[in-house]
Design a protein around this ligand. Structure first.
Ligand code: ZN
Length: 932
């Protein structure tokens, strides 16, 4: 250590530590996000992230973060360089993301070799300068941190004495030689080499307080280029594709399906490549206006970008580690604090005892100590209260909200997004989509925001400390995702569903088609949620039939006043967000059941093997299937319009019958085999002191025990009898479809096309391939013709089908009465929709009449009601405008008439009301009548 620097502030950590600390960030944007977090925690409303070219710096530019947050005084800055000391730390109630000190150091040091921080508070500007370049050159191992402090009005260093402390700072005392040395180092090693340059940086903080951090001498990649690419897109900061190591060769290289096993196969999600995209979802509740390279980041609330969102409450008492650690830490801290208090107290006593003298020095010292003691006691009190709260919290049941929805904008970008205290930690975690090759749960996005009491993040905020508990969480999210998949109901027509939005089922990892029709459908399906550039409130944009979508620059500058929804077009209007409908995890009956029989062979449920059920004899299976087949086949001939629905309803009930027929003994044995392998989470609250799988099993065993001893078989159990026979099951459906006679040219059919059941005619048949081509009545041109397989369950005959080929089926069963109320409700619902139909609605009245119940349940009522409200608002507006016009014109006529009548000798005041005017005329008429 060079003696000359002895007078300067030193960080209470070693140089090696600083280096090691910075390497915790493997994900470069994670390091940048630390700096964004700091601004957010400082309460900033605005944050500008920009670069500035400077050929003298390594990498050729510096990177700056400028915010209008609360800024820091000298003490706060001083605490940054003291390891582990952070102003945020003791605010026990706060839910803040991190500790300023650590995030700043590790984040900044990951990106660059050096940084300089400018902060402004109470018109005092403080710098913090940490330069590894300087340390390297001078071979210094201790970290020396120049921290000059200026009065921003006079641009002079703050000159105080110990007696004359500047506002809120206990640690700063002016020392001329120290200040000069500090300035010397800054001028030499920072990009700002004159006083003028330096104050220009303070001037950039336009608000009364705020912070600017400049990172320079950026790290270079192996090929000598900056890791951050600012050239490819001038309005973004990208991770240089050559730096993404083995992640990918090129973004558009999705033609070759190489590298299938990396999590980033094909296209890396944008959030891993573009800082703009990453920042747009960095927070669960974005409330900061962030600009990158001068353009605003259009923030996103992921849960509101999803189709058919649904929320589930998950309860568990398992998350304890976090509380235990916190309590231990707190207890330790309290102990050391108490020790310090005792020390200070005895010092005070000592001073009081001896200092009968009136020496100023001693009086000062005593006063300082007394203040210090009070502060410490205050802190100890708060810690104590916090500790009590934490002990109580430890054993409580923690509830987490899981939100799921379908990403119809980009199906392949699915998985779970994990936030912690509102900050994104994990993206695209695959929990329910075990196999990339199947449609099951494809496109489902899950979101969870974990409170700090449940889990603790690792230092780099890219993972969680307790991995076991985190995996427990993910596993449960997987269960809920499966439930969601069942709840959406799209599994019955999953291929058609995705086709509607421009996806091909043989290209699961591709982006959707850009044809205008599917593009429009995707836009219409989810009305846009946008954040006002001014008040930062979120507004839902009403659906507009044929209006062009907003351009990027319109999105960036969008304000409430741009809203065409006149009820929400000022910044003072309250934010109104739609509530996300709630769902719940049902015992694994219908759920698993349906998931197995999505009608597509490709769809096989993960984590389940079909060997489980070998104990059911083949005879039993065939008797079950025969039963189903005969039932369905007969029904099909009667009501061919809704094949899928009939299947849905018939299959479980016939299974129930066959299940009931089984002997009790057999049932018991079967259940036993199942329960030991089952991983169902029928019950959300897990017992806490057992291993997770044990607790699952015990819960399941209890359930089974109860049900198997009771006489009746509860619905939960049926699934275990049949849910593993997927192969047989699929064959059943194929059998059913095989029994339907193949179409002939000219036959009238109903078929699912673009998510809607549509009528049409068979154009051609191909017996060899077992396919036929159909032309739809609504789109009678060749471009919309579509081929179906004979076996597909998505088409059916209109009216009575040609006589069935299988001669064994002769009896005709009528539709059971239980369907009657449903039919009647559907009918009424259709009438209601037709009655309220908004103009230019995508469906005609005729199309609505021909909708199946399935189609009806798929109808997006939010969009419908938006359009309806819009239409009504327009009518009311029109009437109001008409009224104003009519009034004006009536008044004009009255004025003209008055003039005319006055000329002809009638005296009528020019400014009387219409009523008075009429009376005047009548009176005058009467008079003139009398005269004549
Ligand atoms: Zn606004």
């Amino acid at each position: 250590m060079k003696d000359q620097y002895d007078c300067l502030n030193k960080a209470q950590l070693s140089f090696e530590y600083l280096h090691t600390n910075s390497t915790t960030h493997t994900f470069l944007f994670g390091a940048l996000a630390e700096l964004v977090d700091n601004s957010k925690d400082a309460g900033a409303k605005n944050l500008d992230i920009y670069t500035c070219n400077n050929p003298y710096l390594r990498g050729g530019f510096y990177l700056a973060f400028l915010d209008d947050g609360c800024g820091m005084n000298y003490d706060d800055v001083f605490n940054v360089i003291v390891f582990g000391k952070s102003a945020k730390r003791h605010s026990l109630v706060s839910n803040q993301i991190g500790q300023y000190g650590n995030g700043l150091k590790s984040g900044a040091m990951r990106i660059s070799k050096d940084f300089i921080l400018f902060t402004k508070k109470d018109n005092i500007g403080t710098c913090l300068f940490i330069s590894r370049t300087f340390h390297d050159e001078q071979h210094i191992s201790q970290i020396i941190c120049p921290m000059p402090c200026f009065d921003l009005t006079t641009q002079q260093p703050v000159q105080n004495t110990d007696d004359d402390q500047i506002n809120g700072t206990l640690t700063y005392t002016y020392d001329r030689s120290k200040h000069e040395l500090e300035m010397q180092l800054i001028m030499k090693y920072s990009p700002f080499q004159t006083m003028n340059d330096l104050f220009k940086q303070f001037d950039l903080i336009k608000s009364s307080s705020g912070t600017l951090i400049v990172l320079y001498n950026l790290k270079l990649s192996d090929i000598g280029e900056p890791e951050l690419d600012i050239k490819t897109d001038p309005y973004d900061i990208l991770i240089d594709s050559r730096n993404r190591r083995n992640l990918l060769t090129d973004d558009d290289d999705s033609e070759n399906s190489r590298g299938d096993y990396t999590p980033f196969c094909f296209s890396i999600p944008l959030e891993y490549r573009s800082f703009r995209a990453y920042v747009s979802i960095l927070y669960y509740e974005p409330r900061m206006r962030i600009t990158i390279q001068g353009r605003r980041v259009v923030t996103k609330k992921i849960s509101y970008t999803l189709y058919k969102p649904r929320k589930y409450q998950f309860k568990s008492t398992r998350f304890k580690t976090r509380s235990e650690q916190e309590i231990k830490k707190c207890e330790k801290e309290l102990l050391s604090l108490e020790e310090r208090i005792r020390e200070v107290d005895s010092q005070v006593h000592h001073l009081q005892h001896i200092s009968v003298t009136t020496a100023t020095d001693e009086r000062m010292q005593l006063r300082k100590l007394q203040i210090n003691a009070t502060d410490l006691k205050d802190l100890a009190n708060r810690l104590c209260n916090g500790l009590v709260k934490k002990r109580m919290e430890m054993n409580t049941t923690k509830t987490l909200a899981f939100i799921f929805g379908l990403n119809i904008q980009n199906r392949s970008s699915d998985g779970v997004f994990v936030y912690h205290c509102g900050r994104l930690i994990k993206m695209y975690e695959k929990v329910g989509q075990a196999n990339k090759k199947i449609l099951y749960c494809r496109g489902v996005v899950g979101i969870v925001d974990i409170p700090s009491i449940v889990l603790e993040t690792t230092h780099n905020k890219q993972s969680f400390v307790d991995e076991k508990e985190y995996h427990f969480l993910l596993k449960n999210m997987g269960e809920y995702m499966r439930q969601y998949w069942t709840d959406t109901g799209i599994e019955h027509y999953v291929q058609e569903f995705w086709e509607t939005y421009g996806y091909r089922d043989d290209q699961l990892d591709r982006p959707p088609s850009n044809d205008p029709e599917p593009v429009k459908r995707r836009q219409v399906a989810i009305p846009m949620l946008i954040q006002c550039d001014q008040c930062l409130k979120w507004r839902r944009l009403p659906y507009h039939g044929n209006v062009e979508p907003l351009t990027q620059s319109q999105l960036e500058s969008w304000r409430c006043s741009d809203n065409s929804d006149i009820l929400n077009n000022t910044c003072i209007d309250n934010e109104k967000l739609d509530l996300i409908p709630e769902g719940e995890l049902k015992p694994k009956s219908q759920g698993t059941h349906n998931e197995n029989r999505t009608g597509s062979r490709a769809v096989s449920p993960p984590a389940r093997s079909s060997i489980n059920n070998k104990r059911i004899s083949n005879a039993e299976i065939s008797s079950t299937t025969a039963n189903i087949n005969s039932k369905i086949a007969t029904r099909l001939t009667v009501a061919p319009t809704s094949t899928t629905q009939l299947e849905n309803r018939t299959l479980p009930s016939s299974r129930l019958l066959s299940a009931k027929a089984k002997t009790k003994k057999k049932r018991k044995r079967l259940i036993k085999t199942q329960s030991s392998k089952s991983k169902s989470t029928a019950i959300g609250v897990m017992s806490d002191d057992e291993d997770e799988s044990e607790s699952f099993t015990s819960v399941m065993q209890q359930t089974h025990h109860q049900t198997s001893t009771s006489v009746r078989l509860a619905p939960t159990n049926e699934v275990y009898l049949i849910d593993d026979d997927d192969d047989d099951n699929t064959e059943n459906i194929d059998d059913i479809n095989n029994r339907r006679p193949p179409p002939t040219i000219g036959a009238r059919l109903l078929a699912m096309y673009q998510g809607v059941r549509r009528s049409g005619i068979v154009l051609s048949v191909n017996d060899k391939c077992g396919t036929f081509k159909m032309r739809f009545d609504e789109f009678p041109t060749a471009e919309f013709d579509y081929s179906f397989s004979y076996k597909s369950s998505t088409w059916s005959y209109i009216g009575t089908a040609p006589p069935p080929i299988d001669p064994t089926i002769t009896s005709v069963e009528t539709i059971p009465n239980e369907e009657e109320p449903l039919r009647s409700i559907a009918q009424k619902f259709k009438s209601l929709i037709k009655f309220m139909l908004p103009p230019n609605w995508e469906l005609t009245r005729e199309q609505i009449s021909s909708m199946s119940n399935d189609d009806l349940s798929q109808l997006d009522m939010t969009v419908f009601m938006h359009s309806y409200r819009e239409k009504m608002t327009k009518i009311v507006e029109q009437h109001k405008a008409d009224e104003v016009r009519w009034r004006a014109s009536a008044q004009h006529i009255q004025e003209e008439a008055t003039k005319l009548l006055n000329l002809s000798g009638m005296s009528i005041p020019t400014d009387c009301s219409i009523k008075d005017f009429e009376e005047h005329i009548q009176r005058n008429m009467k008079q003139s009548g009398n005269i004549s």
